[in-house]
Design a protein around this ligand. Structure first.
Ligand code: ADP
Ligand code: MG
Length: 693
């Protein structure tokens, strides 16, 4: 048995509790520790003169305590000033004990490591990592950069560093444990180090490796591992795709009478792009293999009706359809739309929400089992075991980028019958740069709706400072007098939905007071589904003029008469997310406006980013530029679970590897298929199960 595949509890210092915490990070066996790579490094290899410090730097300093004091006012804290020959700096502790207070007497020599920040009294370090030096000769510098690992609650850097060290020693002593799956030819061609060397370098860089090189990703060890990780993703997608090709699926022939009934009921004519994509879908659905198609179209391009047409094909062939949306708000809207569009058809549209309880829920689930409901709309609740279908033939997933690859693949199991699987149609408004598409969606065929419904005018976007808030409020009053409606979006203050909702509540209160003639309402993610539904319906009916909202309205919401949107603190959001939000206006025939009301001062990058949004209404351009400025993790938005999370690869930085990755993927797939599973275990951990689905 490979010793890397044994539980981490075999290492010294790892008991049941630590093991449990490690498991939260996906670390179970020793190999997982080996591939738990640092997220960054700290440079404690030299001591910085205090006089040379600048805000934003992270540094190791050495100095003597000048004075120490407990802050008399405001937030209780301990302040300590230390200095060397070149200058002085304050240390601040908000949590401290008497021992700490007593040990930092004036004259004491200490070393500190932390990020330097500005404060009203000059530069300071908050809660530095510090050490009292009783002997001035004590060496305080490290010879190597210090790795900083991703952590989880209750786990310290020290614990994980010790564990990783043991795991590395094991690899060092038995190099054969760490199998290098990358063919020699590729290693040579790319001038990559061996796997063992690369691993060693990243966990414990030697003196030749600089922090800058690591941060810029130019270290060959890092490139090599990023290459291997990307390659693994590529292989797992390839595997999933090939597996899916072998499945069978029902053919949907379509029904002319039903098609005509459906199209005649629409209040508009389909655009050319919509017709083209519908034809592509119809052809896929005729095949006896499952469709796996991604429909990409900018916000407002009319993807929903295309999906509804696919649903029509399934229904006509006697199959059921599941429609999954990422938020309840959007699911509710789909429920309304689908119910409306399929009114004249002999079927039921069922809406499954968490709020549906008791007998009503039982009845809904029963109608799916007996087949009387042809369409079910819901959020990821559709995955639940209690949901069973009579004959599921098509799965529609809206705003795919909000879901994980696994969720998409897992839902397909719902309609599994022997070797047959339902067709799958996924939709997204988030333009996918080629790089991401290759890794995340390479198992899908792609259709693009590259045309907006006629009469749409681009949304005029203005970037303004929050100092002009009153002006904006006045403008809302005018707007409402003209019988138009308005969104006011409060963005998140921290990664906290509660705070975001509170901010929206406060804003709604204020606006209600300042705008007595305007009918103001509030919507946010923590409201009950029925309440949200009621507010949305009222806004749609124009019983509300101004809707104060959190980013819950980001996806899908469609109220054409709303033509002004104010977004507070847009600098906090990703550009693609802002573009999505902005897509809520500009859906009708009138001129529309989006006011990006930022908090001054705005950093240069932030200014550039908002400028991109002001100058472009093309989701593709925006995404590409955003990728240049920020990197794909942020591009997809950290809250968007659908994005692939890499341990080490960075699509913006490592995009140059992708062509080679694709070639290597094809080579490995043919020449060493046995390498795929071990690679997946190594890089994707248990999340690889999807490759097996
Ligand atoms: P998205 O692609 O963002 O999901 P929707 O499907 O919500 O867009 O459509 C946006 C709006 O455009 C809806 O009000 C829809 O009814 C309308 N719409 C869709 N297709 C057309 C069309 N061909 N002509 C006019 N309006 C359309
Ligand atoms: Mg949509």
């Amino acid at each position: 048995m490979n010793q890397l595949n044994v539980s981490v509890t075999q290492l010294t210092g790892i008991g049941a509790q630590t093991a449990q915490r490690l498991e939260k990070l996906g670390i179970r066996v020793i190999q997982d520790l080996v591939f738990h790579l640092p997220i960054r490094y700290e440079d404690r290899t030299r001591v910085a003169p205090i006089g040379s410090l600048m805000a934003g730097m992270t540094a190791l300093i050495l100095g003597r305590v000048e004075f120490i004091d407990v802050l008399p006012r405001g937030r209780k804290g301990l302040v300590c000033r230390i200095s060397d020959d070149t200058g002085s700096i304050s240390l601040k502790f908000f949590h401290f004990n008497a021992h700490q207070h007593n040990s930092l007497k004036p004259g004491t020599l200490i070393s500190c490591f932390a990020e330097i920040r500005h404060s009203y009294a000059g530069l300071e370090m908050t809660h530095p990592d510090y050490q009292i030096l009783f002997n001035p000769e004590t060496p305080i510098t490290e010879t190597r950069l210090t790795p900083v690992y991703p952590l989880t609650e209750g786990l310290s850097q020290t614990t994980i560093r010790k564990a990783v060290k043991q795991a590395l020693t094991l690899c060092e002593n038995q190099a054969e444990l760490l199998i290098d799956w990358i063919p020699e030819t590729i290693l040579k061609k790319q001038a990559y180090p061996s796997l063992a060397d690369a691993i060693q370098t990243l966990h414990a860089p030697d003196e030749s490796v600089t922090l800058t090189a690591l941060e810029n990703g130019t270290v060959p060890a890092l490139k090599r591992l990023a290459f291997e990780e990307l390659l693994t993703h590529q292989l797992s997608m390839q595997k999933a795709k090939n597996k899916a090709k072998a499945w069978r699926a029902p053919s949907f022939y379509g029904d002319d009478a039903a098609n005509a009934l459906f199209l005649n009921n629409l209040p508009f004519k389909l655009t050319g792009a919509q017709q083209r994509v519908i034809a592509e879908i119809a052809e896929d659905c005729l095949s006896t293999h499952p469709m796996m198609r991604l429909v990409q179209g900018d916000v407002g391009s009319g993807k929903t009706i295309v999906a509804a047409y696919a649903a029509l094909l399934a229904l006509s062939a006697g199959y059921q359809v599941a429609v999954m949306a990422p938020t309840e708000l959007l699911a509710e809207q789909h429920n309304r739309n689908f119910s409306h569009w399929f009114k004249g058809f002999q079927t039921q549209v069922v809406y499954l929400t968490g709020q549906l309880k008791g007998n009503a829920r039982k009845a809904a689930l029963q109608s799916l089992v007996d087949g009387s409901a042809g369409i079910i709309v819901g959020t990821h609740a559709l995955f639940q075991d209690s949901v069973n279908f009579h004959k599921l033939g098509l799965i529609i997933i809206d705003e795919q980028h909000r879901f994980g690859v696994h969720q998409r693949m897992a839902l397909r199991e719902k309609g599994q019958q022997d070797d047959s699987r339902p067709h799958q149609l996924v939709m997204t408004a988030t333009p996918i740069p080629r790089t991401l598409a290759m890794l995340q969606y390479s198992d899908l065929d792609i259709s693009i709706i590259d045309e907006l419904p006629p009469g749409r005018k681009p949304v005029v976007t203005c970037v303004i400072p929050s100092e002009r808030r009153q002006e904006v409020i006045d403008r809302i009053e005018h707007w409402v007098e003209k019988k138009f409606q308005v969104y006011w979006v409060c963005t998140l203050i921290e990664e906290s939905e509660v705070l975001e909702c509170e901010a929206a509540e406060k804003t709604a209160e204020q606006l209600t007071i300042t705008l007595p003639k305007v009918r103001v309402a509030l919507i946010h993610g923590r409201m009950k589904s029925a309440d949200k539904d009621a507010v949305m319906q009222a806004f749609k009916n124009h019983d509300i003029d101004l809707l104060v909202a959190t980013t819950v309205i980001e996806v899908g919401v469609d109220v054409p008469n709303a033509s002004l949107m104010v977004i507070e603190n847009p600098e906090r959001l990703g550009l693609s997310q802002l573009h999505q939000l902005r897509g809520r206006v500009g859906r009708g025939d009138n001129d529309s406006y989006c006011l990006l009301m930022y908090q001054s001062p705005l950093s240069l990058t932030a200014k550039q980013r908002l400028g991109i949004l002001r100058d472009s209404s093309d989701g593709f351009v925006i995404a590409e530029k955003d990728l240049e400025l920020r990197g794909p993790g942020e591009l997809m938005g950290t809250r968007q679970t659908g994005a692939v999370h890499f341990k080490i690869a960075d699509l913006a930085r490592d995009a140059d590897l992708l062509d080679a990755v694709q070639l290597a993927g094809a080579q490995l797939y043919n020449e060493s298929p046995h390498a795929i599973q071990p690679l997946c275990d190594r890089w994707l951990g248990t999340s690889t199960d999807y490759a097996e689905v």
